[in-house]
Design a protein around this ligand. Sequence first.
Ligand code: PMP
Length: 426
Amino acid sequence: MSASSVDSLDDVLAARLATQRERQRYRRRVTTTGKVAEKGGHLRREGRETLAFCSNDYLGLAGDPRLAQALAEGARRFGTGGGASHLVCGHSEAHEHLESRLAELAGCQRAVLFSSGYQANLGVISTLLGRGDVALHDRLNHASLLDATRLAGATLERYTHRDSDDCGARLSEVEAARRKLVVTDGVFSMDGDTAELEPLATHCERHRAWLMIDDAHGFGVLGAHGGGTREAQGLDPSRIAVTVGTLGKAFGTQGAFVAGSETLIDALIQFSRPYIYTTSLSPALAWATLTSLDIVRDEPERRVHLLSLIERFRRGAASLSEFDLHLTPSATPIQPLVIGSSWSTTGEGRQENRQGVNEAAALRLSAELESAGLWCSAIRPPSVPAGTSRLRFTLSAAHTHEDIDRLLSALFTTARRLSSARRRLA
Ligand code: PMP
């Protein structure tokens, strides 16, 4: 084949990029300057001060000077980088110590660290399942859990969001499968609602399936001790086979862990390729995360304050429904505002058009808030189902009640203005 008959790499990719632009799906990275959370949830966005409602720094620890100091101390003691994978010579005392503390927080026998939550999910599912096995997912699970199932080569099945009876019914359908893993987010990242773990555990026990929970957004935030969704719901840890937590959100650092039985963790260390073939998490970060754990334990008032912010926001935002903007049933710091169908009534009325308008409305609202100095994410398909584009606000203990009031006031002003502009056009 002559070289000229092969499409050039740039041509192939440029065509994909052009489609992405046409569909208004092209995403731009925004560069922040300066550090997070020095003054509450404020960030410098391309040189301009903004009040951010889009980070996962739920307890306001990412900019805490105590963590910065612990990170520097960790770097002096253990080095900035792990230098090798855990099974070669990259496993330090800092990692070992952090793993014990995380196992304790999760209420499990043992835990193992990964460099990110994405990697932890790949590492667990690809170790537990293979061809002929079934991973049964909540329909709104995080993308990394779906990718992990594909990597494992297992069959991917889904049950209706938060519907444990549907989960049970689907487990009956796959009764003959060799191994069955039910997988759920603890807190759903795009909706902020939580899985009901007890009925899921019961169905798993009845059908001899294993239960895995990815509590990336729950650890540190939910439960009296920050032990996550399981602690908040009072479920015995022994009823969950695998728990995943991340360190880049409430704990303000980076990385992730898997917690479970001694045997599960031993098997991951021996067999999990995403664990074995990668450099260990920075030991300095592992050391700093020990300070995060101390703060999570010793300063429950951060969680109490965060809860009061969530209540204040929900009380204030409920009446945005008059503008066809709807809160999801969430009691967590993830507070989305879904754009209702009346925002999509312009145009030809064709389905794609309506979806396009729904997405454009989310972008428009987010841009308007940005000009008022507020930063939030417009979440659109494929991250959420078509026609349910939304603004997703994430609250943090670094915010104040005044910050919430400022957000609410800007939301009402923007919604009122855009709604009357729409009415004039209609
Ligand atoms: N699981 C869930 C539910 C998440 O929301 C995320 C990240 N947003 C991850 C896993 C991935 O974690 P990490 O960012 O540490 O890779």
